[in-house]
Design a protein around this ligand. Structure first.
Ligand SMILES: Cc1cc2nc3c(=O)[nH]c(=O)nc-3n(C[C@H](O)[C@H](O)[C@H](O)COP(=O)(O)OP(=O)(O)OC[C@H]3O[C@@H](n4cnc5c(N)ncnc54)[C@H](O)[C@@H]3O)c2cc1C
Length: 445
């Protein structure tokens, strides 16, 4: 049988290789480390965790990432098995001994007769065969150029610029209102596409003070601050002048407060729909390097967001990722070159667990293809399905930025849609539905 080739033995590539071999299909796993390193990796091991040693919450009832753990364990995932074997005490989180973890992943892959690990950088995109590209946020320059040659330069970003994302049902609509600037748009939906949060002068001044005082994170060593003026962090804009934001992303023009039509806001924060379901909104232009704790405090100063719950907080990082909603089909294949599947962080998911989950899925799909079968993704009601559905179509392509798994990506329950159930009831209902649907998907294979 023709082998599946995988480029990159990180979290995604390692999991993909394991899944393919488990299905009885041979794998060739290409890895450039240790001969060619990155600024973040320190070893030549597979599945190296480059920063924190946490796989986050392990609660599969109340937490979406915990539910993703459950799905990966149920599908016989290598990353979860090795994380469980090398876990450290960390309360409800799954933290691991990172060196023992990646050594164990490496040894397990090396011992698997169907997997051959081939050292060396791949610098071009193969024209045929069955390939998975899992080269991560630090994809080598040569391969990144090769990807850009196929996809177009704008379709592979080198930095993310993540604005915070808010769960829509936690925005106080007695303060905020829906309206596009100057009521632009052909349809009523377009004219009401944004949610607006008004600020008085006092509120604006206090907000700027808080932004300037907030603790910020630095770029990692070796990670150049090569971001462009178009995506400057809001705190850097504030440093350039107290009025800069009021003339930029917070300009109040073309908007009328639906609750107080006679009152002119001094500044307005706008939120834009982030997914087709309308469950998530991003704060427009609010990419930031503020620390997470500071972000929650500062953003809850915005009128209407006092009780906001954040699906993800903002950030700017060196991160190679595709504009997957336009480039990938729902089998994670590049539309222009279907012999190439993508997996891991390069597809625009964010985090160890999400990347490994996309490796698991791409691996199973590639193995099915090698065996002459077609494997559709799991239902969007599962954590894995919600993620892949988001990156391959549910997300807004124009403003696409990397995404963590969260309940905002799950199709609402009927009760949740009507707002009758609180989170305490809703989350277990989401995870129970996910477990049922994921088990049904596995049973088809
Ligand atoms: C500085 C930094 C800090 C991070 N901190 C965290 C964190 O704390 N928590 C978290 O959840 N996530 C973190 N991330 C994100 C993290 O990188 C991903 O969650 C995860 O590692 C992605 O898995 P992956 O398999 O897609 O990529 P990786 O794990 O990076 O694996 C990609 C692999 O491809 C190899 N490769 C690249 N190009 C080529 C090529 N041309 N030929 C052959 N091999 C190649 C690389 O050497 C690497 O082994 C961080 C990322 C960075 C850059």
């Amino acid at each position: 049988m023709e082998p599946v080739h995988i480029i990159g033995a990180g979290l995604a590539g390692s999991e993909a290789a394991w899944q393919i071999a488990r299905a009885g299909v041979p794998v060739i796993l290409h890895e450039m480390r240790p001969a060619k390193g990155t600024f973040a990796h320190k070893t030549g091991n597979c599945a190296e965790m480059v920063c924190s040693n946490s796989f986050r919450s392990d609660d599969d009832m109340m937490n979406a990432v915990g539910q993703l753990h459950w799905e990966m364990r149920t599908a016989g995932g290598l990353i979860m098995a090795m994380a469980d074997r090398h876990k450290l005490p960390a309360g409800g989180a799954l933290a691991v001994d990172r060196e023992a973890f990646s050594a164990a992943v490496t040894e397990t892959l090396q011992a698997e007769p169907l997997i051959r690990i081939v050292p060396g950088e791949i610098t071009d995109l193969p024209q045929d065969g069955n390939w998975i590209v899992a080269t991560g946020p630090l994809t080598s320059d040569a391969l990144a150029q090769a990807i850009r040659a196929v996809t177009g330069t704008d379709a592979l970003a080198f930095f993310d610029a993540i604005a915070p994302i808010v769960h829509a049902d936690t925005i106080d609509m007695s303060v905020a209102w829906e309206q596009s600037r100057y009521d632009k748009g052909e349809t009523e939906a377009e004219q009401r596409a944004y949610i607006n949060c008004p600020m008085t002068r006092e509120q604006y001044e206090a907000f700027i003070d808080a932004l300037l005082a907030a603790e910020k994170t630095e770029f990692h060593e070796g990670e150049t601050a090569g971001y462009f003026d178009g995506c400057l962090p809001i705190e850097v804009m504030a440093e350039r002048g107290r009025e800069t934001l009021r003339h930029g992303p917070m300009k109040p023009v073309g908007l009328t407060n639906a609750h107080k039509p006679d009152e002119k806001a001094y500044a307005v924060v706008q939120l834009r729909r982030d997914n087709a379901m309308g469950t998530l909104y991003n704060i427009v232009g609010f990419q930031t390097k503020m620390k997470y704790g500071a972000q929650t405090q500062v953003f809850r100063m915005i009128p209407g967001l006092e009780n906001a719950s954040f699906a993800r907080l903002g950030g700017i990082h060196r991160n190679s990722f595709l504009n997957s909603p336009t480039l990938l089909d729902d089998r994670m294949r590049l539309r222009q070159r279907p012999n190439l599947r993508f997996a891991g962080q390069v597809t625009g998911v964010e985090g160890y667990v999400e990347s490994a989950a996309m490796g698991l899925l791409a691996g199973r799909m590639a193995a099915a293809q090698a065996q002459g079968r077609d494997l559709p993704p799991p239902a969007p009601t599962t954590a894995m399905g919600a993620l892949v559905h988001h990156i391959t179509g549910g997300a807004e392509a124009r403003t696409f930025q990397p995404m963590n798994v969260n309940f905002g990506l799950f199709p609402p329950l009927d009760e949740a849609r009507s707002g009758r159930k609180g989170r305490k009831d809703r989350y277990p209902a989401y995870t129970q539905r996910a477990k049922d649907d994921f088990s049904a998907w596995l049973a088809t294979q």
